[in-house]
Design a protein around this ligand. Structure first.
Ligand SMILES: [Zn+2]
Ligand SMILES: [Zn+2]
Length: 439
């Protein structure tokens, strides 16, 4: 049997990890500015949590969840998303009594048994935010502004913000009647899933990906045109708040959420980049969710952002992301001075310098080649002569004629000063050292 990664999973290798770390760090930092604190939730939960929290009628729960029986005979599932676990934690830890609004963010892997395609994996990564306890539209706009600032900070352009309102349980009731009336004459042409949805959850028909259903629902009445006056006021408030924050948006009647506890505000960030068009991130209000999961009625709003999709978009828009940092210095060793070199190398690392030395008894020539391959910026040789004199020659591997004779004792400070500086500054530091060190 050949061992291979399971279909739909992937390794994130050292060459790409700095891009991941960058989008993670910027996300955490921006969340912090807005008062969102990180929460870490379990990878698996009782299956019942997702049946209630994600919805028993959704494809996610019906078809895509990794469900298993543990050795105690309990049904468990790998989390297919983050919100249900966060709401469970909110209730279990009594966060309803924390100062409101409770703002949380997460950075998780999630699991769905889906068809594998470009940018879509069975184990995937999601960033998300959830805010509990605020019902007015101000927090909706604030959350959207967080995402806007995040994309802007990453350098992602060519995205547009689409917003709508899907009303509340009161106005949805009457909208569903209008929608059913519209769909009734086309019922026998809908796909079999949608024929079932017509009875159980007609709103989801608008979301169907089958071409025939999309054709039928193109002119379907939109929820936004059938919301009650309270919901209209909330939606107007959201628009006003976005206007005053200076955020552009498109009112998009086509955004739907097929679950009862989703209410009012829905939003999506859509890429307008040729070739990668589509939703980058979606979110919305879920004022009914906490109560649906057995808690006190608590308004909430959140979003989830697929990290693979985000990185694909950044690459498509040619945004430069940080590369792995090469060693600042490579210590080449001659004359059996390995222990002394290892000791100097450790002193440099203690001082904060990225330093490498040879551990494989390579020849000096092979060490120089290895140093070049490692991307090291500087190289120095450490042998009996250098140790006796207490000095060595520090030499740039990237720029010719940038060299200086340096006291071994000065190396930690000097290399700390050189690390991660632009070339011109490095050259000046080395010049200054050469002219003042009097060696
Ligand atoms: Zn309403
Ligand atoms: Zn359909």
């Amino acid at each position: 049997m050949k061992i291979a990664a399971p279909k739909g999973t992937r390794d994130i290798l050292p060459g790409e990890i700095t891009a991941w770390q960058h989008v993670e760090q910027v996300f955490a930092e921006i969340c912090g500015r807005f008062g969102y604190q990180e929460i870490r939730i379990p990878t698996f939960e009782q299956t019942g949590l997702f049946q209630r929290g994600v919805g028993n009628t959704t494809d996610i729960v019906q078809k895509e969840m990794y469900t298993f029986e543990d050795k105690g005979g309990r049904s468990m599932s790998l989390r297919p998303e983050g919100t249900a676990g966060v709401v469970r934690s909110f209730l279990e830890n009594g966060m309803a009594s924390w100062p409101s609004p409770v703002r949380l963010f997460y950075n998780i892997t999630a699991f769905r048994y889906e068809n594998v395609q470009k940018g879509r994996y069975r184990e995937f990564h999601q960033f998300g935010c959830e805010a509990f306890g605020a019902s007015g539209p101000a927090i909706d706009a604030e959350l959207i502004s967080l995402l806007q600032l995040y994309f802007q900070t990453l350098g992602l352009s060519r995205t547009s913000l689409h917003i709508s309102s899907i009303g509340c349980p009161v106005c949805r009731e009457s909208y569903l009647e209008v929608l059913k009336k519209f769909l009734q004459p086309h019922l026998d042409r809908l796909c079999t899933d949608c024929q079932e949805r017509f009875v159980k959850n007609p709103m989801r028909i608008i979301d169907c990906k089958e071409a025939v259903c999309r054709g039928i629902t193109r002119d379907a009445p939109a929820q936004l045109d059938h919301i009650c006056s309270d919901c209209q006021r909330h939606f107007q408030g959201l628009c006003d708040n976005l206007d005053s924050l200076g955020l552009d948006y498109i009112i998009d009647r086509k955004i739907v959420r097929g679950l009862d506890y989703y209410t009012r505000t829905v939003f999506e960030f859509i890429s307008e980049n040729v070739g990668t068009q589509g939703t980058i991130c979606g979110g919305g209000r879920y004022d009914g969710l906490v109560a649906a999961m057995g808690g006190p009625p608590t308004p909430g709003i959140g979003f989830a952002l697929g990290v693979e999709r985000l990185l694909m978009e950044l690459a498509a828009q040619r945004v430069q992301l940080p590369q792995p940092a090469p060693p600042t210095v490579y210590l080449a060793v001659t004359g059996s001075m390995e222990q002394q070199a290892a000791s100097l190398c450790f002193a440099l690392r203690r001082a904060g310098v990225r330093a490498q030395t040879d551990l494989l008894d390579r020849s000096l020539k092979a060490q120089m080649k290895h140093a070049g391959k490692s991307g090291a910026q500087f190289v120095l040789v450490l042998g009996p002569d250098e140790l006796a004199a207490g000095t060595t020659q520090l030499r740039s591997l990237l720029r010719e004629n940038v060299t200086a004779v340096v006291r071994l004792a000065d190396l930690p400070d000097l290399l700390c000063g050189l690390q991660d500086r632009p070339a011109a500054e490095q050259d000046k530091i080395i010049d200054d050292y050469a002219s003042t060190s009097a060696i």
